[in-house]
Design a binder for this molecule. Structure first.
Ligand code: SF4
Length: 450
């Protein structure tokens, strides 16, 4: 098994909602296409661009805003520099000007084709972006959106990544490194991040603060906003109602739980509205970790230093899940999104609260174990039902996993995180494509047409 070389900031990325695989990934693919054809030599001048979406990108791309995201990318925008209003404006279907090198072409969401859901591409969520002259295809690039905003493409030459300081591919190997080097978990993740990205500790801490600030901003914005979310469901936001009905107080368990729910609703509602969130590890699950961070800092007075350490511990869990299974709803269902987010959040709280690595792993395992088998069935193809409430449940389960892990006798904890991740991968393989972000099964079918 190859060593994990993913950066903390590939996992935690700032970008517009509502779905990292359907919004951030396609936008990155569009941007990559624009840049890759800057110096292209073609036999004849192209007259149009065609974007073909496959898999769940086709099934739920409209509700997820994939068409606008890929067009924004083709127009030269990246997830971290695009304005949400600009993306929303693309829904008018009017032509904008695509420009790359010498090529200029009209481009709008009408250039997007919703192709086959079932397909034989190496990854179900595939995009073909083509330059055409009439019906002739002059140039084509095949992109895969593999979850969490990560993309690959056919013929991609892997960029040389710098070697991590400590090589591990799963929790067992990470534990061995901790013992062998007598280090704490966040130190290993920090040193690896410094090695992989050639950054200083201060640069990494500053970037972590940026991420934490955007997470909290999303919660604040969600708590202050009411009204309907976009789309045909007619779903009302709930976060503001929840927070205004609940007095602040960490000591009262009911108040604390309602507030924790409210924070998760708030960030998830911002994501559903297509506003700026942080993938954690995906946009669909972008409410879980911000909820626990907000509660830790605002209700429990946790220091920023401890929260940063917790974020690095959470990243380790996310890396292991991504490396050995998947964090994409289109690959393994919602267990890979909200399940992994809850597992990361449980690790974050436990580690930030000062508990040792063993209890941190147990908390992460418990949270993941109790999301195993969870399907992805967004109603109407929108990241709203069940997604928003599911983030709240994920945050509460993370807190509960923390409580159990910090009082249980660790000798009696039977399941390892690696075993839970393996079970998630196997369950995902066996799961019908109806439950992998296609809106062809589950609640997406049983809830009357929205
Ligand atoms: S059900 Fe889960 S995996 Fe599917 S879109 Fe919603 S949050 Fe993402």
């Amino acid at each position: 098994m190859t060593a994990i070389t993913t950066s903390v900031f590939e996992l935690f990325k700032i970008g517009p909602g509502p779905s990292s695989s359907h919004t951030i990934g396609p936008m990155k693919a569009g941007y990559n296409f624009n840049k890759s054809i800057e110096n292209i030599q073609l036999s004849t001048k192209p007259t149009s661009i065609e974007i073909r979406l496959y898999g769940s990108l086709s099934a739920t791309g409209k509700g997820h805003g994939t068409d606008r995201a890929v067009i924004a990318g083709l127009l030269g925008f990246k997830p971290d520099n695009v304005e949400c209003d600009f993306i929303d404006g693309l829904a008018d279907g009017k032509d904008r000007q695509f420009k790359s090198g010498e090529i200029t072409l009209p481009l709008s969401i009408k250039n997007v084709v919703y192709a086959e859901i079932k397909n034989d591409f190496p990854y179900s969520n595939t995009m073909l972006i083509r330059l055409k002259d009439g019906e002739n295809i002059l140039f084509e690039q095949e992109y895969y959106s593999i979850g969490g905003g990560f993309i690959k493409w056919k013929g991609e030459i892997p960029t040389l990544t710098r070697a991590p300081a400590y090589k591990y591919s799963n929790m067992e190997e990470l534990k061995a490194l901790l013992i062998e080097n007598d280090m704490r978990l966040h130190q290993i993740i920090l040193e690896n991040e410094m090695a992989i990205t050639d950054s200083t500790e201060q640069e990494i801490m500053d970037k972590l603060d940026d991420i934490l600030d955007v997470m909290k901003k999303a919660v604040n914005k969600g708590l202050a906003t009411e009204g309907l979310l976009p789309g045909t469901i007619g779903l009302h936001r709930k976060a503001k109602d929840l927070i205004t009905s609940t007095p602040k107080g960490y000591k009262d368990p009911s108040n604390f739980l309602i507030r924790l729910n409210a924070y998760a609703f708030a960030a998830s509602e911002e994501n559903a509205a297509g506003h700026i969130v942080v993938t954690a590890p995906t946009s669909g699950s972008a409410g879980v970790i911000p909820a626990v961070i907000y509660a830790m800092e605002e209700d429990a007075d946790m220091t920023r230093e401890k929260v940063r350490e917790g974020m690095l511990a959470a990243a380790a869990v996310g890396f292991i899940a991504k490396h050995n299974a998947s964090i994409a709803g289109a690959e393994v269902g919602c267990q890979g999104e909200v399940g992994v987010a809850s597992s990361m959040a449980a690790a974050l709280i436990t580690y930030a609260a000062g508990f040792k690595f063993w209890r941190t792993e147990n908390a992460a395992e418990t949270a993941l174990e109790h999301h195993l088998g969870m399907t992805c069935d967004p109603v109407g193809g929108y990241v709203q039902i069940p997604c928003i409430e599911r983030n709240a449940m994920g945050a509460v389960k993370a807190y509960n996993a923390f409580l159990i892990a910090t009082v249980e006798n660790i000798k009696f904890h039977k399941v390892t995180l690696d075993e839970a991740v393996k079970a998630m991968a196997e369950t995902g393989k066996d799961m019908s494509s109806k439950y992998k972000e296609t809106s062809e099964g589950g609640l997406a079918v049983s809830v009357p047409d929205c």
